[in-house]
Design a protein around this ligand. Structure first.
Ligand SMILES: NC(=O)C1=CN([C@@H]2O[C@H](COP(=O)(O)OP(=O)(O)OC[C@H]3O[C@@H](n4cnc5c(N)ncnc54)[C@H](O)[C@@H]3O)[C@@H](O)[C@H]2O)C=CC1
Length: 476
């Protein structure tokens, strides 16, 4: 314990925002989150860096998507020792335990992949069984998860698949788990949660792998789960030394625009680190533990403000809360930024930025980043919407183009008649008309179908895959 780092202190950088300097019961945060004065107060600004230990879930994994139901942190952080994750899956015999402590082998990976293949067709039922077992045995863990578990179930299985697929590429797996662990800190996951999660997982696997479940497969899963847990605990611990688990963000403006879109500006309690083009995860007080992705539409700013573009989608819990029920003074929470869509500001390759609907947000942030810090380079923006009146960011883009001669902005509408110099047609088709783009670094953002179609068009035009960037996990 002596060699644990000193607990970091986070000083709020914003001192003039009434909602942001939480100090205890009765402040804006506790009011927003409905925490009563009687409840033990856990500082949202300075969560104890207690080696939080995610269990595979949310942004694509095991484990809870927890938020306000963060359990009280133990007063003494559990030590992070290599054996910690082994203890999460107690084994019957000593020999078995020793076998499980060995690192995963190539044969283990093959067995785990085989069982994932078996599970694919029953993923829904297996995941539901996993959660049922978990909550039955450990009802206290239910509070870490959102009320509606549908998306959560899908995420668990996708995370298992991703981990299984990357299992024989240690660098890729570690990178994936590191990201996962950082993203899971906001859920309030602790080291001690790994045990119950691992047990429930094995129970569900055993039930749904049928005749493909045998002692070798079980041992393979134990070894892999142990390795995964260790990496995640270590990553979470390392992250806790340098960053909070989440950021409080006070809403300073909500600018409602056409097409059910709102431009929401936030002031975070302390510097929110991100690169232009990346996305954040966001939770609203109305729907605790439900997190959604949104891309900042501004490059990181000196005043610390972060602007998001949000479209209220039918039955979208978070998006409707943001567009219709959020006002200045409300306090939201942000998770750490993620995503590989960002520009190399030292480069000078021309950029092709293709944004559909609110997918234009991260591309505006990139244009700002290039304008502020980049080198001279050509930047071509294609901005599409279904109808002319839904081009809610058009004026902003045109103002940027007037200011920067290296920037060209073209708009396209796929339904109805375009105004002025705008194009008619789907965004991928319009982009196709303007090629060739093979010298360009392309960034594509928007609805998944539009991204897929645009990536296909760019590939047909000869743009190398490595030069096409987007956030879609599976563009195929
Ligand atoms: N980093 C990213 O990739 C980001 C993605 N988004 C996503 O962007 C989407 C925006 O949604 P809306 O504003 O409702 O967009 P929308 O549905 O109104 O469509 C926007 C544009 O995409 C085109 N499009 C839509 N479906 C298409 C298809 N199947 N083939 C070709 N083109 C198609 C439309 O013609 C239009 O030009 C959301 O799903 C949001 O999650 C938002 C921000 C960042």
């Amino acid at each position: 314990m002596d060699n644990l780092p000193a607990r970091p202190t986070y000083a709020p950088i914003i001192t003039d925002a009434p909602g942001l300097n939480w100090v205890g019961p009765g402040d804006a945060w506790t009011r927003a989150w409905g925490v009563t004065a009687q409840q033990p107060y856990t500082s949202p600004v300075l969560p104890a860096p207690v080696l939080p230990a995610p269990a595979l879930s949310a942004a694509g994994t095991f484990g809870p998507a927890g938020g306000s139901g963060v359990p009280p942190m133990p007063s003494t952080p559990p030590p992070l020792v290599p054996q910690a994750a082994v203890a999460v899956l107690p084994l019957a015999g000593r020999a078995q335990a020793a076998a499980a402590q060995a690192g995963p082998t190539a044969a283990d990976i093959a067995l785990v992949r085989r069982s994932l293949g078996v599970l694919e067709s029953v993923a829904d039922r297996a995941t539901a069984h996993f959660y049922a077992v978990l909550f039955l045995r450990h009802p206290e863990l239910r509070a870490l998860f959102p009320a509606a578990m549908d998306l959560q179930r899908d995420r668990l299985f996708r995370a298992l698949l991703a981990a299984g697929q990357a299992a024989d590429n240690p660098a890729a797996l570690t990178e994936y788990l590191d990201r996962l662990a950082r993203g899971h800190r906001k859920y309030g996951v602790l080291n001690e949660h790994y045990g119950p999660v691992g047990e429930a997982l094995l129970t569900a696997l055993e039930r749904y792998c049928g005749r493909y479940w045998d002692p070798e497969t079980e041992l393979a899963w134990r070894r892999i789960y142990r390795a995964v847990s260790e990496v995640m605990m270590a990553s979470a611990e390392a992250d806790a030394r340098v960053a909070p688990a989440s950021w409080q963000a006070e809403v300073v403006a909500v600018d409602r625009r056409a097409g059910e879109v709102a431009v929401v500006t936030l002031r975070t309690d302390q510097r929110y680190p991100y690169l232009a083009g990346q996305y954040t995860t966001l939770e609203v007080p109305l729907w605790p533990r439900v997190w959604r992705h949104y891309s900042p539409a501004t490059a990181p700013r000196a005043d610390g403000l972060v602007t998001l573009h949000v479209k209220a989608v039918p039955a979208g819990w978070v998006s409707n809360a943001l567009v219709h029920r959020t006002n200045p003074g409300d306090v939201l929470r942000l998770g750490p930024a993620s995503g590989t869509m960002h520009v190399d500001l030292d480069g000078d390759a021309p950029l092709l930025l293709i944004g559909g609907g609110t997918g234009i947000a991260p591309l505006i942030a990139m244009v700002e980043a290039v304008a502020e810090h980049g080198r001279a380079r050509t930047v071509e923006v294609f901005y599409g919407a279904r109808r002319e009146q839904e081009l809610y960011a058009r004026e902003e883009l045109e103002a940027l183009a007037r200011r920067h001669p290296w920037l060209a902005v073209r708009t396209a509408v796929s339904e109805g008649r375009p105004e002025g110099a705008g194009f008619s047609g789907s965004l991928p088709a319009v982009v196709d008309r303007y090629g060739p783009w093979d010298e360009y670094e392309a960034f594509v953002s928007g609805p998944p179908a539009m991204i897929r179609r645009t990536v296909a068009v760019l590939r047909e035009e000869g743009v190398q895959g490595a030069r096409i960037h987007h956030d879609l996990a599976d563009p195929a």
